[in-house]
Design a protein around this ligand. Structure first.
Ligand code: SF4
Length: 280
């Protein structure tokens, strides 16, 4: 007899191919549980697409609660952080923990998540969290790296056959804001990439003014020293990207490939901080 496996599903494109693959070995129950998705209309859209997949493929699907308040209560104060930060750790833990709980409730032997099919996600981190919550609930977790052996490519191909909606941001409000900032940068002919050693709040203000004077919407600041949390938060509020200095060259290449005029500027030429008191 096959083991019963509860498979956490984050979205239809990631959930289209893996249940079929796992059903060779397991009796699979798909579980759509994603209270991180913002706004609600987007949640409904992703959920309905997964329901369409389940119908087309004959998958068993259970839909969890849209517990958005519980997600925002904890994640909102971390919105200024970039992806793969502690906000994402919390988000992944919340979804995996509820999957472990649901697996127990449905008398499953084991649980897994399709999240590891994404090339943007750290599969080792996901597996680490999966094992931790499995221990807490006394259930087995199936560690995975579903993008291996062309797993991601196969998911994309299967998704195309069903003409699935493929979202262009991860899910939470913060990822939507960052996506919009990228779109703003991509919509312009010129991009400012500013490099500096250390960034403070005054520097963000100076870069923002520089951006506005030039009729642009955003800029990227690459800094050598890790910014403090209040600087990261201020940059997020002012829609300025803050990234580590090592990202500068690949970011530059990407914009050049897209045909943008890339201006690499030095922070000290924009921000005359010597004549001001730096508030941070
Ligand atoms: S970026 Fe994605 S994984 Fe991270 S908190 Fe937002 S929705 Fe969750």
């Amino acid at each position: 007899m096959k083991k019963r496996l509860l498979l956490h599903i984050c979205c239809a494109p990631d959930g289209v191919y893996i249940p079929e693959k796992l059903s060779e070995e397991y009796e699979v129950i798909c579980y759509f549980y994603n209270p991180n998705i913002y706004p609600f209309e987007e949640y409904e859209k992703r959920k309905k697409e997964m329901e369409r997949v389940a119908k087309a493929k004959g998958y068993k699907l259970v839909v969890g609660e849209y517990d958005f308040e519980n997600f925002t209560k904890n994640a909102e104060k971390l919105y200024y952080l970039p992806e793969k930060s502690k906000r994402c750790d919390f988000c992944l833990s919340l979804r995996l923990e509820d999957s472990a709980r649901k697996a127990k409730e449905l008398n499953c032997d084991i649980f897994a998540t399709v999240l590891t099919v994404s090339p943007h996600k750290d599969f080792e981190k996901i597996n680490e969290i999966g094992k931790k919550v499995a221990k807490k609930y006394g259930i087995e977790y199936l560690p995975s790296n579903f993008k291996k052996n062309d797993g991601f490519k196969k998911s994309v191909e299967e998704g195309k056959k069903l003409n699935l909606y493929r979202q262009d941001y991860c899910g939470c409000e913060s990822s939507l804001v960052y996506r919009q900032m990228f779109k703003d940068a991509e919509s312009e002919d010129r991009v400012f990439l500013v490099k500096g050693e250390k960034v403070g709040i005054y520097d963000i203000d100076s870069v923002k003014k520089h951006v506005e004077r030039n009729g642009l919407k955003t800029a990227f600041i690459f800094c050598e020293k890790k910014p403090t949390d209040n600087v990261l938060e201020y940059a997020y509020e002012n829609r300025i990207f803050l990234e580590p200095l090592e990202n500068l060259q690949w970011r530059k290449r990407i914009f050049e490939k897209k045909g943008k005029e890339v201006n690499v500027l030095d922070l000290k030429d924009i921000s005359n901080r010597d004549i001001f008191l730096d508030p941070c």
